[in-house]
Design a binder for this molecule. Structure first.
Ligand code: NDP
Length: 255
């Protein structure tokens, strides 16, 4: 835990909501923000046990937080959940839109549900959260929003037309919100990870992983904590003059 409340990365007395915080990158973000002093609200959809594990780790490390399971694709559920959180913490200072899914396939064979589900979770879900939480931040004249994009959203990826479109849309949402909310002192940025160990990449076989590693200048996959560090920077007092940006955490891939 960071004890000094004046440390530049201290999030003491801040409340952070992280969607998809049960596993993978989202879990690392929850733990990192909690270690910096934030009260962390851990969201997920159905991974109750993994969500509880994230909260247990936070508490074992001296942090604070609670669970708030809900489905980001359902706007009424999102609004109810935000009201619940506000009922307890009275504010949300930091929102991290991390919840995401993939449903890969070549465009010509892609089914409507593959397209719709991926857009609904990765893009529309983030919109639901941004709309609900920005109202609170506007009243407070303060806030940080970080949207977790992807290299696929910047460069495209064969077999991921749905995912790439959703993540490119998320970057557009980030940039528009940054302009709209800057006068209210709300900073909105994206973190764009390359290939990160665990989570969505678990399904890749060794041959695919070797191809990925050989294309990354740093010669290895990233860790969830690498992404979490960039999120902490964007949520902290070290980034007061940064908004509307895409911070790449990709081992040196050039786009
Ligand atoms: P994981 O699959 O490990 O975790 C995804 C999380 O999102 C889970 O907690 C899951 O909860 C949650 N989630 C999914 N759908 C919903 C929903 N409708 N409502 C609420 N929560 C939901 O993913 P990663 O850690 O690998 O990825 C995290 C983010 O990083 C994603 O946005 C992803 O696109 C992005 N990213 C990942 C990369 C990687 O290499 N891993 C690379 C680039 C970007 P539940 O289990 O309950 O459904």
């Amino acid at each position: 835990m960071i004890d000094n409340p004046w440390a530049p990365t201290s999030l003491k007395e801040k409340t952070a909501l992280v969607t998809g915080g049960a596993r993978g990158i989202g879990r690392a973000i929850c733990i990192t923000l909690a270690r910096a002093g934030a009260f962390v609200v851990v969201n997920f959809r159905q991974s109750d046990r993994a969500g509880q594990e994230t909260l247990d780790i936070i508490k074992q490390q001296g942090g604070q937080g609670r669970l708030e399971p809900f489905d980001v694709t359902d706007s009424e559920t999102v609004d109810r959940a935000i009201a619940n959180i506000i009922g307890e913490t009275s504010t949300i200072d930091i929102l991290v839109n991390n919840a995401g899914i993939v449903s890969d396939g070549l465009l010509a064979r892609m089914k409507d549900p593959d397209w719709n589900d991926v857009l609904a979770t990765n893009l529309t879900g983030a919109f639901h959260l941004c709309r609900a939480v920005s109202k609170i931040m506007i009243r407070k004249r303060h806030g940080r929003i970080v949207n977790i994009a992807s290299t696929a959203g910047e460069a495209g990826n064969a077999g991921q037309a749905n995912y790439s479109a959703a993540k490119a849309g998320l970057i557009g949402l980030t940039k528009s919100m940054a302009r709209e909310l800057a006068p209210r002192n709300i900073l909105v940025n994206s973190v764009s990870p390359g290939v990160i160990s665990g989570g969505m990449t678990d399904r890749l076989d060794e041959a695919q992983l070797e191809i990925i590693r050989s294309n990354v200048p740093l010669g290895k996959m990233g860790q969830p904590e690498d992404v979490a560090a960039a999120v902490l920077f964007l949520c902290s007092g070290m980034s007061d003059y940064i908004t509307g940006q895409v911070i790449r955490v990709n081992g040196g891939l050039y786009m």
